[in-house]
Ligand binder design. Structure first.
Ligand code: 2U9
Length: 339
């Protein structure tokens, strides 16, 4: 009885400022190995004639402890469970280091989002290709210089395989599996056997587009690419087309934009011409269409390709290709604000 009185005083004085402390109280007094259970175990040692009285005291002690437990629980809940922790909310927080997107990813996402708005679907394909998808289907004859060992990385274990030299192989795979109308935009890394310098690298990044349907004309090509330029570089940007040659398009044209730096008046970025080249394009060669069983009398299409490093160079003035893959944090950190 004396012990119970002492415990009651101790329990009455108990404090708990956190949910953990309340739980510790419960375990200590009301748990299966707690004090209340232990004292109840003493019942067997009490003489029979005192059992009734002791039982009442014990019951009352148990209720007393349970009531205290409820009280502690309520007061912690009311204080948000943290009354024991004294936090100075005015202290500065721990800085979380935030990374940034790679500039080529920023530019790629911008290009893709413009073409997606025009109804182009994004398609991707393998970087290791076979001769047919990379060259044959694209109307690059056996003796074309681009097939030369100098330009193409062939895979030692299987010379029938190579690292794709352009993403056109992705459009080829789309044409293999889909029927016109086809409207795809294909981003990806491509490889060429070049000595690494500020102006050349053994890999770079392209975005190529392909649109095939009935009645697709050169006017559609021009208007689509003009829209792209206005969205990508701003409304004041002018374009010009120059005739060119690619084995997979006929006719072919390269597109220049008015220099973003000097606005066309001439500077060293545009080599004092006022114009900078940004992409190649053309009407898909009938042979390429026929390679995929597409009737070139019924269907026509346009295609274009651009190097993302070039766009990035113009937008962000990056003038050394090696910077893109050196992983220098001082370079990458400059794009923290861009998305
Ligand atoms: C198919 C048919 C035609 C894709 C094209 C270009 C013109 C082009 C270069 C620009 C700079 C590559 O990154 S770069 O070096 N590309 O000039 N690419 S038309 O023509 C295709 C593609 C797929 C089925």
């Amino acid at each position: 009885m004396k012990q119970i009185d002492e415990h009651k005083q101790e329990i009455a004085a108990a404090e708990a400022g956190t949910p953990d402390a309340v739980e510790a109280f419960r375990i200590k007094y009301l748990g299966t190995k707690g004090l209340v259970k232990a004292i109840m175990g003493e019942m067997k040692n009490v003489p029979n004639e005192q059992k009734k009285e002791f039982g009442q005291v014990l019951n009352e002690f148990k209720q007393f402890t349970e009531a205290k437990y409820e009280l502690l629980k309520e007061s912690v809940a009311a204080s948000g469970g943290s009354s024991a922790i004294d936090i100075d909310w005015s202290l500065p927080g721990d800085p979380v280091p935030v990374g940034s997107r790679h500039p080529l990813s920023i530019v790629r996402n911008q290009v893709l989002s413009i073409f997606k708005r025009l109804g182009f679907a994004v398609a991707e394909g393998p970087e290791i290709e076979d001769d047919w998808h990379n060259f044959g289907a694209m109307n690059l004859p056996e003796d074309h210089p681009a097939r030369d060992m100098q330009d193409t990385f062939y895979i030692n274990q299987n010379p029938a395989w190579l690292l794709r030299t352009h993403t056109s192989s992705v459009q080829a795979r789309v044409m293999e599996t889909q029927k016109p109308p086809i409207r795809v935009i294909c981003p990806g890394r491509v490889y060429r056997n070049e000595t690494i310098s500020a102006r050349a690298h053994c890999f770079f990044h392209q975005v190529e587009g392909l649109y095939i349907d009935e009645n697709v004309s050169f006017a559609d090509l021009k208007q689509t690419l003009y829209f792209f330029v206005q969205e990508m570089f701003g409304k004041d940007t002018r374009v010009r087309f120059r005739p060119s040659y690619f084995p997979f398009t006929e006719p072919s044209a390269e597109m220049d934009i008015s220099c973003l730096i000097c606005g066309g008046s001439g500077c060293n970025v545009c080599k004092h011409t006022g114009w900078v080249e940004i992409l190649g394009s053309g009407m898909v060669h009938p042979k390429v269409l026929e390679n995929f069983g597409i009737d070139s009398n019924k269907y026509t299409g346009f295609a274009f390709g651009m190097g993302l490093e070039r766009i990035c160079q113009l937008k962000y003035r990056v003038n050394d290709l090696r910077l893109y893959s050196q992983n220098d944090i001082r370079f990458l950190q400059q794009f923290t604000g861009a998305v």
